[in-house]
Write a protein that binds this ligand. Structure first.
Ligand SMILES: [Fe+2]
Length: 283
């Protein structure tokens, strides 16, 4: 019998890498890094052996997709932010059986989804950046699920989240599940970007993000799930917030009553709103 030991919404801002370099931005994202390191500590303390990541940088245009490779290995340079992420070497053991089980269960729920075993299907940085801090010794297996889903129904992502929970519980895995994406995600206009590395692109987005965090920390997920579709559109949710819909599906959607724990206080980065938050699970 498997179990989920940790569920979280996590940031993957590349400015964490800048934060580690000498220079103007040194230390600027230490709080974000510390939040991810705390998740690593909790994973180690609870014996987590598998990380499932909903990745809002893996764009899929038809169907839902799971990277169920037995091993992920490569050297990653971001084609969208090559100035920030270059030559990031990675080597993780995959979780192919779990990936197949998620796809099978989700298909039974009516979702059009496939699990792929293709060595050349690479990971994206929504998975790679958090794992650099959460899984630096490559101890934990990894399963990456696409969550940049521009033409997809949030209801399907909710079902995928349910399927992830059922597949983990039917497996022998001790898993942590990470929704890797921002809150609001309206990146600055190009000529504002360099000066705006630490700011939000519009005050409206900050105000809505902060209201959402109030709902999360107060355990008001009936209200949050009711506003999620409009929030995702109005605030340009990263990946249209399919990572969040998958996480909410896993947690129980509107029936979830846990109170989110904020590990990294809300911060703004390159126009977007970011947080690290853990969602307590019933014993
Ligand atoms: Fe992102």
């Amino acid at each position: 019998m498997g179990k989920i030991s940790l569920a979280a919404k996590v940031t993957h801002v590349p400015s964490m890498f800048l934060s580690e370099l000498p220079g103007q931005h040194h230390g600027c994202r230490q709080s974000a890094i510390d939040g991810l390191i705390e998740i690593r500590r909790r994973c180690e303390a609870t014996g987590v052996d598998t990380l499932v990541v909903f990745d809002t940088h893996w764009l899929v245009n038809s169907g839902f997709h799971i990277n169920a490779s037995a091993r992920y290995q490569g050297i990653y340079t971001s084609n969208e932010f090559p100035q920030f992420i270059q030559n990031l070497a990675y080597d993780y053991e995959g979780a192919p059986a779990l990936g197949d089980a998620v796809a099978q269960i989700a298909r039974a729920k009516g979702v059009r989804i496939e699990a792929h075993h293709v060595d050349t299907l690479e990971l994206e940085y929504g998975t790679l950046v958090p794992l650099k801090y959460i899984n630096p010794d490559h101890r934990m297996k990894v399963l990456s699920i696409a969550a940049w889903c521009p033409w997809h129904e949030l209801e399907d992502s909710r079902r995928i989240g349910e399927a992830v929970r059922e597949a983990i519980e039917a497996s022998g895995c001790n898993a942590a599940v990470l929704a890797s994406g921002s809150l609001s995600h309206r990146i600055h206009d190009n000529n504002e970007a360099q000066a705006g590395i630490h700011t939000i692109s519009n005050e409206f987005y900050r105000q809505v993000d902060q209201r959402v965090l109030d709902l999360w920390t107060q355990g008001r997920f009936g209200e949050f799930t009711a506003m999620l579709p409009e929030y995702a559109r109005a605030c340009h949710g990263e990946g249209l917030m399919h990572d969040t819909a998958m996480l909410m599906g896993l947690l129980g959607w509107d029936k979830y009553t846990g109170k989110a724990e904020i590990l990294t206080d809300y911060f703004t980065s390159s126009g977007t709103g970011q947080v690290n938050a853990v969602f307590p699970l019933a014993a």
